[in-house]
Design a protein around this ligand. Structure first.
Ligand code: UDP
Ligand code: MG
Length: 323
C-alpha cells in the first residue's frame, strides 16, 4: 500500500524544509510506503532549489516544476494526476493544516471511508475580512449549489484511489477541487482540526485569486445565477408595464413636460441591470470558451523522482490522460 501526499508550493522557501521535516515525522512511522509530491507552481524564489535538494536527500520525494505560476488548484491537480498512491492526501505547504492529522486520516480511511476531509473548527491568525467573506461565500454556495459542499473545509483531505480515478474523469478547466470531490460521492467524513497560523512567509491568495476561486466554485456547481438573470428580466418587464400605463395616463391628462428625473433614473437603473446580467452570462461564456479551446491546464517544465519522468511523464499537461 502506498500513500501519496501532494503539496503545492508557491514561493515557500521559508517553510519548505520545515514542511518536509513535519511530513516525514508523520509518514515514517506509518505502516505504509509513502511518496511526497511537491509541486513548484512557478516560484521565483529559492523554493525550486530547496525542493530539488529534498528530492536528492529523500527517495520518497518527487518534484514537479511548472513552467510558470498556474495557481493553487492547478498545482494540486498536477499532484493528483501524477500520484500513484492507494490514498492521496492534499495539504498546504505553510503548515496551517497540521500534518499530524494525516495519521488520523489514514486510520479513518482504513475504517472504510473513501474521503476524509479536514474541517476547521477554529481559524487562528486570519483577518476578520477573510473569515467574514469565507462565511458568506460558503453560505451562498450552499444556497446555489445542488451538490452539498461541506462548509469550513479547504483542500486538506485524504482521497481513496477510487475517488482519484473518478477525479481523473473530470477534465474541466477552472477547477474547484473541494467541490468536485464532494460531487464524486462515496463515503465521506470529516475530522475536526484547528487551523493554525502560517509557519512563515505570507499568503499568496490575494483578493483577486480568492474571487476567482469563489466564482469557479459557484459557476461550476450552479446555473442558478442564469435563472436569477431571467427572473430579473421578468420583474423589470413587469415594472416597465406599470411605468408605461402611468406614462400614458399622464399624457392623457396633459402632464407631459415633466419626468426628466424619473426617466434618467429608469434609464441608468435598467442599464445597470442589463450590464450585470451580461456580466453573469459572460462569466459562463468565458468558461465555455476555456473548455472549447482546451488548452493544457498547466505546463510541466521538469519532473524529478518519478520513475517515468524524462521520456514518458504521466500527465505533462493536465489533460487527464488515461494511465
Ligand atoms: N499556492 C500555489 N500557487 C499559488 C498560490 C498558492 O501553489 O498561486 C500554494 C501555497 O504555496 C500553499 C497553498 O497553495 O501551499 C495555500 O496558499 P496560501 O497559504 O498562500 O493561501 P491561504 O492559506 O492564505 O488561503
Ligand atoms: Mg495558507
Amino acid at each position: 500500500m502506498l500513500i501519496s501526499v501532494v503539496v503545492p508550493m508557491y514561493k515557500e522557501e521559508a517553510v519548505a524544509r520545515e514542511c518536509h521535516r513535519r511530513l516525514s515525522k508523520v509518514l515514517t512511522p506509518l505502516p505504509y510506503d509513502s511518496e511526497i509530491i511537491y509541486v513548484n507552481d512557478g516560484s521565483s524564489d529559492g523554493t525550486g532549489t530547496i525542493l530539488n535538494e529534498l528530492q536528492a536527500e529523500d527517495e520518497r520525494v518527487r518534484v514537479i516544476h511548472f513552467s510558470r505560476n498556474f495557481g493553487h488548484q492547478n498545482a494540486v491537480t498536477a499532484g493528483i494526476l501524477n500520484a500513484c498512491g492507494d490514498a492521496v492526501i492534499l495539504i498546504d505547504a505553510d503548515l496551517q493544516d497540521p500534518p499530524e492529522l494525516i495519521a488520523q486520516m489514514v486510520e479513518t480511511w482504513q475504517k472504510g471511508y473513501e474521503v476524509v476531509y479536514g474541517e476547521r473548527k477554529k481559524r487562528a491568525g486570519e483577518r476578520r475580512f477573510k473569515l467574514a467573506t469565507a462565511r458568506w461565500f460558503y453560505q451562498l454556495l450552499d444556497q446555489l449549489s445542488d451538490t452539498k459542499i461541506p462548509k469550513n473545509t479547504g483542500d486538506f483531505r485524504l482521497m481513496d484511489r477510487s475517488v482519484v480515478e473518478a477525479f481523473r474523469q473530470m477534465p474541466e478547466k477552472n477547477k474547484f477541487i473541494r467541490g468536485m470531490v464532494s460531487w464524486v460521492g462515496f463515503r465521506q467524513t470529516a475530522l475536526l482540526y484547528e487551523r493554525k497560523e502560517r509557519f512563515a512567509g505570507e499568503t499568496h491568495y490575494p483578493l483577486r485569486k480568492m474571487l476567482k476561486l469563489a466564482l469557479d466554485g459557484i459557476l461550476s456547481f450552479s446555473t442558478k445565477p442564469l435563472k436569477l438573470v431571467a427572473g430579473l428580466g421578468f420583474v423589470t418587464v413587469l415594472i416597465s408595464f406599470i411605468v408605461l400605463i402611468y406614462s400614458i395616463l399622464q399624457k392623457f391628462f396633459g402632464y407631459t413636460d415633466q419626468g426628466w428625473t424619473s426617466l434618467m433614473t429608469a434609464v441608468t437603473f435598467f442599464a445597470g441591470v442589463q450590464l450585470i446580467s451580461l456580466g453573469i452570462i459572460g462569466e459562463y461564456i468565458g468558461r465555455i470558451y476555456d473548455e472549447s479551446r482546451d488548452r493544457p491546464n498547466y505546463i510541466i517544465a521538469d519532473m524529478r523522482g518519478f520513475q517515468h519522468a524524462k521520456d514518458a511523464p504521466f500527465d505533462p499537461y493536465g489533460k487527464h490522460l488515461p494511465r
